[in-house]
Design a protein around this ligand. Sequence first.
Ligand code: ADP
Ligand code: MG
Length: 612
Amino acid sequence: MQMTSQEVLKKYFGYDSFRPGQDTLVEGILSGRDALGIMPTGAGKSLCYQIPALLMDGITLVISPLISLMKDQVTTLNQAGIHAAFLNSSLTPGQYRKALSLMVQGRYRIVYVAPERLLTESFLEAAGQISISMVSVDEAHCISQWGQDFRPSYLKISEFIDRLPVRPVVSAFTATATREVKEDILALLGLRDPVQVTTGFDRKNLKFLVQHPANKLKALLDYLGEHDQECGIIYCLTRKLVEEVSGELVKRGYSVTRYHAGLSDEERKNNQEDFLFDRKQIMVATNAFGMGIDKSNVRFVVHYNMPKNMESYYQEAGRAGRDGLPSECLLMYAGQDVVTNQFFIDRMGPAEEETDPETAALIREREKERLKEMTFYCFTNDCLRAYILRYFGEYGDNYCGNCSNCLTQFEDRDVSETARMIIGCVDSAPREYGMTVIVDTVHGSKNQKIARTGMERNPWYGMGSQIPVFQLRQVMNHLIWHGYLTLTEDEYPVLRLTGEGRRVLEGEPVVMKVPKERPKTKDAAGKKSKGKLPAAVGDADPDLFARLRQRRMEIAKREKVPPYIVFTDKTLVQMCILHPSTPREMLKVSGVGEAKLEKYGEEFLEVLRENG
Ligand code: ADP
Ligand code: MG
């Protein structure tokens, strides 16, 4: 008898209920419709095509951009007792032929294929001999030139589909929600009246934190000190910084590895696996690391530098907490990050060879605009989550209670006097200057640059000598972000007065939100995790959790798969709480399906029984 999708979810994946949007997509596909799912990282897109794949008659082909991603998914499926395989360049010609012939013999329900294989003779021939019920395109934004992960070979997908004797159901999934990307996906894949689901972008289990540390390395060490035993990623803007930061951490005895485009393929692969298999706890990397990293127990993502835009930030930060347990995203801002990003934008090569100069200039403009919005995120005193959601076109409450701004108490401070000094100084300068000259003038600095500019004679010179420079800068940033002053976008940006700024000179007050007192880590509620326990474990018994983790590690080594593929942290936490003592009870734990119960149930029950 045919199973229902609900039963498949439980039997193979061990989950009791669908997450928002999953059921709509699954049912839509099962009714024969095309589908488009736009959901944030960690929402559970894979199940949306894997479950229908198990219920439809023929084979499902999944197009996926990265070898590591395919391997991870196929291992997960095999662990769940589902026959699946991948076809990509990591296979030898012999292995490839073998897998292809097993596919033709009907051995697999799900086959992952690299897009560049689709139109090869051997694959087309094999595809002609089987019944393909669905072609599912994962990371579908790769088809769009608007996104940053454009893969030309994705453009071949629709030609492949056209060549099939019978058009299968076509489904597509991505976490990128911009209108351009969505339209590209619909058009270039030729989706026909698809069921569409766009779920909210909020990730409630993620805590967002922004710091402006004077000494980043020290701030990082403090942070890691409070998060030992947890897995995390530290993103840096440059290879050089990756080397520096990972070097410092190694020196201090941290379990750390690194990843950037300057390393050999071999080393990158090994380092990535060390991290995935929990052999190394911390990954220090450039943004080259991450696409296709489905590791579910990443407990924190620290950005040692501000990235170039909110899209990148949310994608990278979103690699934390895929298992749904509490996790943190910390961004460490410094003014230099803006400069570095500007530099990258100015040196940006054209996306494609035939890009004309006007288009290239336009793209650069857009990038600068996005950089500004990213910078604003680091300066806003409003709810960070609300800021993110608004950026992606959603409404958020203005209070989430789980970001560094909501956790910090602010007070309104009247900064009109300081603001007037700064604006007055800009207004009365004989020519336009950048931020440093203006701040130094108001502060009354006696450096060479001031002497050279003659700003000592400016009427506002030294008027703010009692105000610390950092405060002058804070107020200046506030004035820029709130449109009282603008900063030009030249190589050496200079300040200009706006109409709003002029009104301040005429007496309009300026009020700025400032933290009541400077909390130690800006994470005001910073509950020191009791003992050495990862915060995500919550109320579970820490010793039992540690023993279950130990058992998981033994199994992972034996089976040569990453530990999170055996069971996720979340599943282990549930075991601690539900404390099952029989296989039947074990099945109630979320994440324990029949295949895994059979394979590992007894070994975990043993640990649970020892615990009494
Ligand atoms: P995405 O591709 O959307 O980023 P994944 O498909 O990798 O997300 O799923 C993320 C995690 O959520 C995986 O560990 C997956 O097993 C889990 N998951 C998916 N659907 C459910 C569900 N209905 N209930 C519980 N966990 C789920
Ligand atoms: Mg995915």
